[in-house]
Design a protein around this ligand. Structure first.
Ligand SMILES: CSC[C@H]1O[C@@H](n2cnc3c(O)ncnc32)[C@H](O)[C@@H]1O
Ligand SMILES: [Zn+2]
Length: 445
């Protein structure tokens, strides 16, 4: 019998269950993940891993499940500082009477830094390892994400009108591409186009975006079809439904991410399918703002990529992707009157591989496979409310919450240990959030 010298590696994580997402529905028991240079180099039974590898850091989690890190495919991180400030309003009232005036008064680089840190801490503590963000001062968001060690797709905002961060489409694009340039060597940050919505960007602005996105091969992230009113307004103003208009303007393509997508007709869906664009479903925000329903069962049957997003904490009101998975699964069943719609494994796939596909990151993220990045979370299944465990995937989607996540790794770096983020100062973040609340509340009354 030959005894080979163990291979020295960076990290070996062993756990009771591993849910790799690919192959679909797979659950491995008592396996280990070997990581070196930020990449998964092997997934194998624990006893074999012990013999084959000599890890600089090893951890055994006998009551945990490991999954790919969750991908929150749509949000406005800094808006966490507006959490609970304007509840129980429909979208347009919420935006025009509460949020946009508050943003006009309060948003600054400091606001975005403190709000994004608050959001990133919450996301890391609930299993998100990649988030997509659309907000003012994307340069600040990119810096906060890099420092925290979390992966981010940052969609720089584009409007037809001036805001605190830009003047007109050309100016927003120029500033956004400068941020992209600043982070072009970053392992964690990707910067993409973020035209806000069909109702806030003109045809000319959208055409500019589509031409540049095609030329530079950059993704486009846009709110679309959030409500029936948006569709009716577009019909009145342009004589076209938003999807047909965006298609004519060249916005739809395989690297386009369509956020919300309620009030869809068969023709809208056919256009999206033909374009290869992805849909980012935000069920909790859609429910809270009474926006409408995204027909995820039909979209999934058509082979359209579905990712999940929380939207900002001012319309959710949290950033827990476990809650989003559960709501997505329950809502899909209610809307389609089919209890098998968006089964547990499909909801998990939407929050992992679906997100990675939508963000054009699926060659490196979204599943636990050899050669992919080591973006991994550990969920503690020992809690009383998770007993007994028949089906780990069911438990993740229908029972677990973000607070069951105890550890996470991004690009092989441990960013959460025993629920404590490695690179963020929680007491300081809480104190700053409370200071903002104190300032904002005094001017409200
Ligand atoms: C500066 S870019 C982001 C911009 O979008 C606003 N916003 C937040 N949530 C929504 C939503 O659900 N639909 C449309 N716009 C939204 C946010 O307040 C910022 O102004
Ligand atoms: Zn949004």
């Amino acid at each position: 019998m030959s005894h080979q010298t163990p291979q020295t590696i960076d990290t070996l994580i062993s756990a009771r269950w591993i849910i790799p997402v690919r192959p679909a529905k797979t659950v491995l028991e008592n396996h280990s993940i070997a990581i070196d240079g930020g990449t998964i180099i092997a997934i194998l039974p624990k006893d074999e891993a012990m013999a084959r590898f000599d890890a600089n850091y090893g951890i055994d989690l006998p009551e945990h499940a490991l999954t790919p890190g969750l991908i929150n495919a749509h949000g406005h991180a800094a808006m966490s500082l507006f959490r609970g400030m304007a509840d129980d309003q429909p979208l347009q009232t919420w935006l025009e009477e509460f949020i946009w005036p508050a943003e006009g008064q309060w948003v600054s680089e400091e606001f975005v830094r403190d709000g994004t840190q608050l959001a990133v801490a919450e996301m890391l503590r609930s299993g998100t390892t990649t988030f997509s963000d659309m907000y003012f001062f994307p340069n600040v968001v990119a810096k906060v994400a890099s420092e925290a060690g979390i992966r981010a797709q940052i969609a720089f905002p584009i409007f037809n009108f001036p805001t605190i961060w830009g003047q007109d489409p050309s100016n927003y694009i120029e500033k956004g591409l400068a941020v992209r340039d600043d982070f072009k060597h970053s392992e964690l940050v990707d910067v993409v186009f973020g035209p806000h919505a069909p109702y806030t960007v003109s045809d000319e602005g959208l055409q500019k975006v589509s031409m540049l996105a095609a030329e530079l091969d950059i993704s486009i992230h846009i709110h679309v079809h959030e409500t029936q009113q948006e569709v009716d307004d577009d019909l009145k103003l342009y004589g076209q439904r938003p999807i047909a208009r965006l298609n004519e303007l060249g916005i739809l393509g395989p690297k386009t991410q369509l956020v919300h997508m309620t009030a869809l007709t068969e023709e809208d869906i056919a256009i999206v399918k033909a374009s290869g664009a992805s849909v980012i479903h935000c069920p909790q925000s859609n429910l809270k703002l009474a926006s409408g329903f995204c027909p995820v069962k039909v979209l999934a049957e058509d082979g359209i990529t579905i990712a999940l997003g929380t939207d900002g904490a001012a319309s959710n009101n949290g950033l827990d992707m476990f809650a989003e998975m559960r709501t997505a699964a329950l809502l899909a069943k209610a809307v389609s009157a089919d209890a098998s719609a968006l089964a547990d494994w499909q909801a998990l796939e939407a929050a992992t591989l679906g997100g990675a596909k939508a963000l054009s990151m699926d060659t490196k993220l979204g599943s636990l496979e050899v050669g992919k990045q080591a973006d991994i979370i550990a969920i503690d299944f020992s809690a009383i409310e998770l007993q007994p465990v028949y089906e780990p995937i069911s438990q993740l989607v229908y029972t677990a919450c973000g607070h069951h996540v105890t550890h996470s790794w991004i690009h092989g770096q441990q960013v959460l240990a025993d629920r404590q983020p490695a690179n963020l100062d929680i007491p300081e973040i809480v104190a700053k959030a409370q200071n903002w609340r104190d300032k904002i509340i005094t001017t409200k009354h």
